[in-house]
Design a protein around this ligand. Sequence first.
Ligand code: ARG
Length: 340
Amino acid sequence: MNPFIFPKESNSLVKKHLSQKICQALEHLKTDSGFTLEKAIHSGLKNPDSAIGIYAGDAQSYQTFSPVFDPVILEYHGGVENLKHKSDIRELDLPVLDPEGKYILSTRIRIARNLKGFSFPCHMTLSHRRELEKKIIMALSCLKGNLKGNYYSFEHADKKELKQLETKNFWFQKGDRFQDAAGINSDFPKCRGVYLSFDKQLMVWVNEEDHLRIISLEKTSDLSKVYNRLCQAILSLNQTLAFAWDKTYGHLTSCPTNIGTSMRAGVHIQLEKLEQKKEILFNITRACNLQIRGTCGEKTKIENAVFDISNRQRLGISESRIIQNLHAGLLAIIKAEKSI
Ligand code: ARG
């Protein structure tokens, strides 16, 4: 008997792929750091509206529990025939998408990283989080030029200063109920913080869903500019930090939706015409393998016809290819918006 009963209404990928046979093979296994199948799927069991429903507690989870992770990964990253990651972090020079700023309000590109040798955020003790935060602060302090900035600890920074960061969205909130059930919120806000470059175009989240979320952002439609800044930041950080990595799965993240490049590149785009003809927009995003999120992020509503459009696939595709595809997809979307 499968000891894990998923809610009837749940349509998560983990429910779909965790057969009784796989469950029996995995339920007694533990990674070296003590992570179990039960912990991995706890969020999916608790939240019937999970789309995925499984998190990794450490790098080894992807190997130990591969009979359930692999089919989830294959289905999510649609179009991946073989699990194989190809990295290609190099600067690009693409034409600016919307030079007059009529549609694209801002561009935001993030990648996630976890440090080699540490458990992932859903499976960390407070002292591990502390040690990790220290290490990361050291690495961040080595960033140079326009990447230079300050680290704001959620525990120790001035409350007024934190409030300001929050109002301007240079900040992250305590994780949602999906992350909460996974254990990602433990001890929040301890050992959490945000690094912000002086020009406010680079932000690094520390100890959110992954150890690091490195985010390049700007009110521009110049994808290359935002991407190139991210490339510089990641290459600099990689000189001091070693990241959890696997030649098959690429960069290893808490959620299997992020493995591979771990990159989400997107824009906030206002599409007043297409909002009335969503089918046309959905056809383009489907064809270009793009994802639509709400104005205020994942699982939020569209407000003022502002869509958050980003790449869907993160594995089996390189970083620069993601940017090129997004660029092509957005050109098609802008063309459609203009022609209505
Ligand atoms: N665990 C949630 C679900 O299954 C979120 C999945 C993707 N989002 C994320 N932030 N990792 O729906």
